[in-house]
Write a protein that binds this ligand. Structure first.
Ligand code: ZN
Length: 248
């Protein structure tokens, strides 16, 4: 790939400490006002053992959207996007409930391990980029932080896994909610670009929290392959179970 600027590996918000404030305020509020499990709302600090078990008790499964967007990479999901899992994802991404990150990163690591079952050697996780305005609003780089937590867990299991945040949104995209699979793919076509240094011969695993139609993962794979990066697949915390006529 072309040698361009070195990609920042953390948030896209730069080093202004004010950018992190919403996350910190959320964490402080948790401490001051008492805390609840983000999966079931039982009063306690952090995610309760039952909700952790609900998430870890599912076997990672291969995800094949129907219809499958062209270029959709082989993808594994750790759980179905429903119930406890959906509540933990929403709490982490939208309410900055940081205690949900550990269980979600563990789930993501199981999906990555399932994808890499027959594959040895180093890989780099590439988090799906959030829109810069979403990172500012949330005060954290939710998917990037999830990827880093996931990589730490996999390294502890002896795998050579790093994180390279080389994907950027190169234009605004419309809100995906309410769009059909085909409309989503059109909405996202050409939306991402890859830039930054990449070690030769190391394949990428795209990681994200949730996949619905697969359009985002297909677009990410296109952008990476376009600069010569091998994509061995994608891993997500959760995938929606799509039924006939459903747009999720
Ligand atoms: Zn719970």
């Amino acid at each position: 790939m072309p040698a361009t600027t070195t990609a920042p590996t953390t948030t896209a918000t730069g080093s202004d400490p004010g950018d992190r404030a919403p996350g910190l305020i959320g964490a402080a509020t948790d401490l001051l006002l008492g805390s609840r499990c983000a999966g079931c709302a039982v009063p306690r600090w952090g995610v309760c053992p039952e909700c952790r078990a609900a998430l870890s008790g599912q076997r990672p499964r291969s995800v094949v959207p129907d219809p499958s967007p062209s270029g959709f990479p082989p993808t594994f999901a750790a759980a179905d996007y429903a119930g406890v899992c959906a509540r933990l994802v929403a709490a982490y991404k939208e309410e900055q409930v940081l205690t949900a990150r550990g269980p979600l990163a563990a789930a993501l690591s199981r999906a990555v391990a399932a994808l890499l079952t027959d594959r040895a050697g180093p890989v780099l996780l590439v988090p799906m980029p959030s829109a810069p305005q979403a990172v500012r609003r949330r005060g954290l780089d939710a998917t990037g932080d999830l990827a880093r937590g996931c990589a730490r867990l996999l390294r502890r299991q002896g795998r050579q896994v790093g994180v390279r945040a080389v994907l950027r949104q190169q234009r605004r995209v419309a809100d995906q909610a309410g769009l059909s699979a085909r409309e989503r793919q059109r909405n996202l076509a050409g939306a991402l670009r890859a830039s930054g240094r990449w070690p030769a011969g190391v394949p990428a695993v795209i990681v994200d929290d949730v996949t619905t139609t697969g359009a985002s993962l297909a677009e990410a794979a296109r952008a990476l392959r376009g600069v010569g990066i091998e994509v061995c697949g994608a891993a997500v915390v959760a995938a929606t179970r799509r039924t006939g006529g459903s747009r999720r």
